[in-house]
Design a protein around this ligand. Structure first.
Ligand code: GLN
Length: 483
């Protein structure tokens, strides 16, 4: 049953070929059997999952099942789940059990999903490799000595290993698309504001966006349908109508104009990755698209710009973890100052601390103009590159990452790892939607094709992804050794 896509599982449930309880038990048994290899989950919720599964079965029997009733999914461990630990993979929140659900969690629950548990990630979503998790690394199902990507690496690994039908992720600089690419699954980063951030632990508020991770574009469409929409509790939420994402999946690609940014090819790009991505783009041409070269001249500034803005916002967001209200508190503080400083020194990991330091520095008087204001100006130039490009093309295509999954400890310094996000980060700075599709193999590791769309063009991106997946089988490949 785990080999079925989420859409196929829904059809099977509706036709009463199997029950949600059977499906849920099947996934729980697989997690038990395989997850010691991948460490993709931080917390499992078998009792509440089975309760939700039985409720879904009862809804099918009554004939009033919700749009996603009975399909087992997992949530990245930064979405608040009432009564279930939400750790953000940090010691700081190791004891945090939220009293409420994130909007995304409650919307998916209303649609009837079964939540199996909470997935592993980089601490506070800071990283590209899952190496910064307090709970140990999640591993790539295509080779456990390699990273699953990050920060939503646990979600990607769990989907790729068949340990859930689909999962949620968050993407601040690539954290849905990069792990999706490295694990051979499909991941969508929606337009900034399309999905509510209420109840999602904040990293960099002007960049963070939640989205779906699944086997196929169709599955992502089904999930986004339930996740998207205005939320009065999130002041950055977009009040725009939510289209029927599934209705346009089969639309023709005839006349679709694809732009290939010259800055995304050559340079840092692995030649085998380039060959694979170019072949994938030729498939889209076969389907009726036309291709032209474009330029996004400020591409090279995206990573440095992001590493001023994201840490600056993180340093402000993470100031709430002070040992007073919730989360970790150091033992026997001498006084208030000792409470604050020791709690934060003991509760945060190294990567998080270094980002807080960089961010605090960039925001401090005297440096604010030189770094933070300058980065905001560069951000506007990066956004304008896309605005210009979308006057000429409908969608921008390129690789999701310059290389396939790297191995643990392989990238010796953080800057080398930061540069692996070169194709994903600008999209967040501009607030645009982008889809990563499994589109090639480099050696024995999967590689992703990234499609970047204009604001609120999720339906078109999913349509292109779906048509691509009807004529290719990259999304059907299974990691070895998992039955
Ligand atoms: N890898 C990037 C970082 O480390 C992006 C992470 C993310 O999107 N959450 O910040």
């Amino acid at each position: 049953m785990h080999k079925l896509t989420l859409a196929e599982q829904l059809a099977g449930l509706a036709a009463k070929q199997f029950s949600s309880e059977e499906l849920t038990l099947d996934y729980l048994a697989r997690i038990e059997r395989f997850d010691s290899r991948f460490n993709s989950y931080i917390t499992l919720a078998p009792e509440t999952a089975l309760e939700a599964a039985r409720a879904a079965d009862a809804a099918y029997a009554r004939g009033d099942a919700g749009a996603l009733a009975g399909v087992p999914i997992a949530h990245k461990d930064l979405f608040c789940t009432a009564g279930i630990k939400t750790s953000c993979a940090s010691k700081m929140l190791d004891n945090f059990v939220p009293p409420y659900d994130a909007t995304l969690v409650s919307k998916l629950a209303d649609a009837g999903v079964v939540m199996l548990g909470k997935t592993n990630m980089d601490e506070f979503a800071m990283g590209s490799s899952n190496e910064t998790s307090f709970y140990g690394r999640a591993r790539n199902p295509w080779g456990t000595d390699c990273v699953p990507g990050g920060s939503s690496g646990g979600s990607a690994a769990a989907v790729a290993a068949g340990l859930c039908a689909a999962a949620t992720g968050s993407d601040t600089g690539g954290s849905i698309r990069q792990p999706a690419a490295l694990c051979g699954i499909t991941g969508l980063k929606p337009t900034y504001g399309r999905v509510s951030r209420y109840g999602m632990v904040a990293f960099a508020s002007s960049l963070d966006q939640a989205g779906p991770m699944a086997r196929t574009a169709e599955d992502c469409a089904l999930l986004l349908q339930a996740m998207a929409g205005f939320d009065p509790r999130d002041s950055t939420s977009l009040d725009a109508p939510v289209p029927d994402y599934r209705a346009t999946l089969n639309d023709s690609l005839e006349g679709l104009r694809i732009g290939l940014p010259k800055e995304y090819f050559g340079g840092a790009l692995n030649p085998a990755m380039e060959a694979g991505v170019r072949t994938a783009i030729r498939e889209l041409e076969q389907l009726g698209a036309t291709v032209k070269e474009i330029s996004l001249p400020h591409t090279g500034l995206a990573v440095p710009c992001y590493y001023v803005i994201a840490p600056a916002e993180a340093s402000a967001n993470l100031s709430r973890f002070d040992g007073v209200r919730y989360g970790y508190r150091c033992e026997n503080p001498r006084d208030l100052y000792d409470l604050y400083t020791r709690t934060r020194a003991e509760g945060f990991g190294t990567e998080v601390k270094s980002r807080i330091l960089i961010g605090t520095y960039a925001l401090s008087a005297g440096y604010y103009d030189a770094y933070y204001r300058k980065a905001q100006q560069v951000r506007r130039l990066i956004r304008n590159d896309f605005v210009e490009a979308f006057k000429e093309v409908d969608v921008i295509a390129g690789p999701t990452t310059p290389n396939p999954a790297f191995c643990f400890d392989e990238l010796s310094d953080p800057v080398t790892m930061y540069l692996e996000d070169i194709y994903t980060i600008a999209v967040n700075l501009a607030g645009l939607p982008a889809l990563s599709l499994p589109a090639a193999f480099v050696g024995d590791k999967p590689a992703g094709l990234q499609l970047i769309g204009n604001y609120l063009s999720e339906a078109r991106l999913l349509n292109i992804g779906h048509r691509f997946q009807q004529v290719t089988d990259w999304h059907q490949r299974r990691a070895p050794g998992l039955d």
